[in-house]
Each structure stands twice: as C-alpha cells, then as structure tokens.
Design a protein around this ligand. Structure first.
Ligand SMILES: *Cc1c(COP(=O)(O)O)cnc(C)c1O
Length: 425
C-alpha cells in the first residue's frame, strides 16, 4: 500500500501539494515519520538543550501513533451506546483504563480520568471532605501548589490543615506524620516524588501507618509515575494522582486512583453533568488522550530500569562536572533518595533568574520554578531551610529521554561559563 509522496490523488494539486513539498524528504503530513521510534520520540527542538523534564516531557512518537486513529476515523463518543463508533471508542477507553490500573496494581473501576494531576488532586482533597467541611487533613510544606492550594481551599471550608515541615534534605519522617494524626484526621496527602528537588518520600511507610489508624492516604504521583515503582496495594494508597504529560504522554489528560474497597473511598464530585466516570467526573472522555496515556505509561514501565539507570549516570556526570569546575555549589535535596533525572543546585553569589537569561539555549528552571506567577524564591527550597538568596541562586535540571552525554557536557560547560561571568560582575 506504500505510495510515493504526493501520488495520492487528493493531494495531487493545489496548495496542499506545495505544503507537502516544504516538508523534509521522507516526511508527509499523512504519515508519521519513519525510522527509529526512539529517535523520533526525542522531540528535541534544534538548538535547544531541553533539561526541563519536570515541567513537561515531549510526546513519544509511539504514543502519537497509538492516538492517531482516535483523532481520525475512530472519533466516536464513548458514551454513544447506539452505534458502532461509540462502542469502539468505549472499548478503547476501557482497554486503556485496564492497562493503567494494571500499572498501578489497581482495579479498572478504581481509575477515574481527569484533565491532569491538578484536577486529580482537587478531586481527591476537596471531594473527600465534600461540601460539608470539618475535620482535619495533613500535608507537607514542600508539596506542589496543586496540593497546597486545594488545602487552602479546604481551610476556607472549615477543615483544619496541618502542613508538616521537611528536613533540610527535603524528607518527611513517617513519625512526624504519625505524631500529627488526630482523632478527626481524615486525610494525609504526601507526594511520591518532588517536582523541584526530586526527593522521594517514604510513601509506603506513611501509607501503612495511615491504614493502621483508619485515615485515608493520598499521594500526588505526577513526577513518580513511570519512574519509580508504584503499587497501590503494597503502598496502602487510597488516592493517587497521575498526569500523562509528565511521562511522555499528551497534555490535558490524567487520572485519579480512587480505592474501591478495603477501605472504599467515597468522593463527592466537583462537577456535574452526564454522569461520566461513575458520576465522579462528568464530561465527554477524550479518547485519544486516554489511549495515549495508557501507551505512554506502559512504555515507561517497560523501559524503566534501563532508562532510570541511564539517567542516574548522566545526572551524576552533570553534578561531577559542575562541582569540579565551580566553587560554591551545593546540592539541594537528598543526595540519594531522589529521582534519577533530577539535579537541583545552588550557585552561591548568583541570581538564578539572571543566570537563566544568560543561558538562552538551555531550557531549565530556576529556584522560583513552577511559580512563575508568584515571584520570590521557591517554597520548596525555603522549606529546606535554604536562605532566600541561595534559593534564588538555584537551578533545577530535569533530565529525560532526550538527554545524552553530549547534552550534559554542553549544558555543564555553558552553566559553568555563565556562573563565572555572573560572579565576575
Ligand atoms: C506537573 C505536576 C502537577 C500538575 O499536573 P498537571 O497535569 O499539569 O495539572 C501536580 N503535581 C506535581 C508533583 C507535578 O509535577
């Protein structure tokens, strides 16, 4: 069936033909690029060293391939029960739900599709307490704003919230969680992996102690999914948030695991409509994104060991270069209990924002990362006890699939040069 480019009669003439002619040889708008899928999936824009994989990851081309049929011919609404297009859309969604559930050790009926981790966190926290309010929740100072802000909203609804401090390496002690539990505590929310310093919290131990005390346990696993082992049974997790664009899937799709039994978590919906997702999240399901999310998660799990080992080597190489070539650098966060692809470094005597401006070809984030709307140093870094000046002097490096030794070496060279220059003025 393979036809040479532009031989298709519908594209034989007119402006479309000119469009197609502008594409690089071997590419067509109607076919995905051929060749090594890993190469095509690197998604590295020319001239940019992308070291911001905590902010988002490029869509894997194998994921795009899995999605395309559902953006073209298989466009049905999974809620349409009266015809075949609806049935095949529903079958695709349920297949994806099963695969995502399997990846988490969950049952398919426990997976609720959302628009991303922000929505999942909101549904988990606000949905658990419901409109009635009251009671007590525990979270941590270094959480993502998508947990901290719903916590603030809970307080407005009359829920008391305890925000536990972290150690200077960013860890939360399970004993501290235990000590903060009260008779009216209904929920503990602790992230699996931190988005700024990559620190891995002891969620299994926290889950176990919550279970023993009859308190629900939620974890924001947006950064952890696909990178570390996650099992909702072994971890005694009752609610878990996912976001596909953090693991090489599409943006705008996520999921919330909601434990269905032993114990069953009952949530109040946050929006109402057609009763989709068993009434928990009304709205037509984005079939292509859901299919893409399942594919992306599977690929990450298949490649996890090799990829995380590779990233660890590259991360250590980057740190070795920076700390050998510069004085006054310090690692933020725990040296070992962190994501393989994460490095967060304070460069004494410089301003992170200025440093980033001096590094236009490098896609990284500063110590005020993730909060470009809120000026000032990162709340995560100040939670470690870092003085404001050092927090503002920090850069976050997020390594991922497109990161090679050459990328690390070039990035290190440019950062070293920029820091020296900044310090000399
Ligand atoms: C990215 C991120 C979120 C937000 O996810 P969206 O899907 O973009 O809403 C929440 N929590 C953590 C830890 C994240 O890294």
């Amino acid at each position: 069936m393979d036809k040479p480019l532009c031989s298709n009669s519908t594209e034989a003439a007119g402006p479309r033909d000119e469009d197609a002619g502008a594409l690089p040889l071997g590419y067509s708008r109607r076919m995905p690029p051929t060749g090594d899928p890993r190469e095509a999936s690197e998604g590295r824009p020319p001239g940019i060293l992308y070291l911001d994989h905590h902010a988002t990851t490029p869509l894997d081309s194998r994921v795009l391939d899995a999605m395309l049929p559902y953006l073209r011919e298989e466009f049905g609404n999974p809620a349409s029960t009266s015809h075949a297009l609806g049935w095949s859309a529903e079958a695709a969604v349920e297949d994806a739900r099963e695969r995502i559930a399997r990846a988490l050790g969950a049952r398919p009926s426990e997976v609720v599709f959302t628009s991303g981790a922000t929505e999942s966190n909101n549904l988990a926290l606000l949905g658990l307490f419901g409109a009635a309010g009251g009671g007590h929740a525990i979270s941590v100072e270094s959480e993502h704003p998508a947990v901290l802000d719903p916590c603030a909203q809970l307080e407005r609804l009359g829920v008391e919230v305890t925000r536990l401090p972290v150690s200077h390496q960013g860890l939360i002690e399970p004993e501290a969680v235990e000590a903060a539990l009260r008779d009216d505590t209904r929920l503990v929310s602790v992230m699996a992996a931190n988005n700024e310093i990559g620190v891995l919290q002891p969620i299994d131990r926290i889950g176990a102690l919550c279970r023993a005390r009859g308190v629900f346990f939620h974890t924001d696993a947006a950064q952890a999914a696909g990178r570390i082992e996650l099992d909702v049974q072994a971890g005694a997790i009752d609610l878990l948030s996912l976001s596909a664009h953090k693991f090489y899937g599409p943006k705008g799709i996520g999921a919330l695991f909601v434990r269905g039994r032993d114990p069953r978590v009952r949530l109040e919906p946050r929006q109402w409509g057609g009763g989709h997702e068993r009434g928990l999240r009304s709205g037509t399901l984005p079939v292509a994104q859901i299919v893409g999310m399942a594919k992306a998660l599977e690929l990450c799990l298949e490649e996890r060991e090799a990829e995380q080992g590779r990233l660890l080597g590259l991360r250590d190489r980057l740190w070795a270069r920076l700390s050998a070539d510069l004085e006054g650098v310090r690692l933020n966060g725990h040296p070992e209990l962190r994501l393989a692809g994460n490095l967060n470094v304070a460069f004494e005597g410089v301003d992170g924002e200025r440093l980033i401006l001096a590094l236009p070809g490098l896609a990284i984030s500063s110590g005020s990362a993730c909060a470009s709307a809120t000026p000032g140093p990162s709340h995560v870094l100040t939670a470690l006890g870092l003085p404001r000046a050092l927090a503002s002097a920090s850069l976050r490096f997020g390594l991922g699939r497109s990161t090679t030794e050459a990328v690390v070496d070039q990035a290190a060279e440019r950062v070293v040069e920029a820091v020296r220059k900044e310090r000399s003025v």
